[in-house]
Design a protein around this ligand. Structure first.
Ligand SMILES: [Zn+2]
Length: 154
């Protein structure tokens, strides 16, 4: 009977397929390959989800127009027009260039429940997103590591 109970096809159909797709990225490398490509500092953040010390990132004071790309695979992630001064010590953006450019995952490490932001193309760790920026159009603060990003001036 249609309309009553849970449709089992919702559980076994597109949803489970998406889970499988989410496990694979367009760009995939071994840890050894990533470390050789990125160097130790970028590897620790992008591939091991470390966080750079606040107020140390080279992109903190970057105010030019341009595009921020994934520091690992080069996928375009943020437009400089969405960067704002959050006074938190890390470069912050209020939205991704395209919603599908990033993926959001629940992160329960360090005794907190946070939302981790990863590059949707290669799965690399970028930072976290917090809903604590009411001064922006979206209210969101994508709190990113400078070392997770590369900036290309317009
Ligand atoms: Zn990437």
């Amino acid at each position: 009977m249609i309309g009553s109970g849970t449709d089992p096809s919702l559980l076994s159909g597109p949803n489970s397929m998406k889970d499988v797709i989410d496990m694979a990225y367009d760009v995939m490398k071994t840890d050894e390959e990533w470390r050789a490509l990125l160097g130790d500092d970028r590897f620790a953040i992008l591939r091991q989800a470390a966080t750079e010390r606040p107020w140390t990132g080279e992109l903190l004071e970057e105010h030019r127009a341009g595009t921020y790309s994934c520091g690992a695979c080069g996928a375009e992630l943020f437009d400089a027009g969405t960067k704002f001064e959050a006074h938190c010590g890390w470069p912050s953006f209020y939205e991704a260039l395209r919603p599908e450019a990033v993926e959001l995952l629940e992160d329960r490490t360090h005794g907190m429940v946070r939302v981790e932001v990863r590059c949707a193309t290669c799965g690399s760790h970028l930072g976290h997103v917090f809903p604590d920026a009411p001064q922006t159009p979206t209210g969101d603060r994508y709190c990113m590591n400078s070392l997770s990003l590369r900036f290309t001036p317009a």
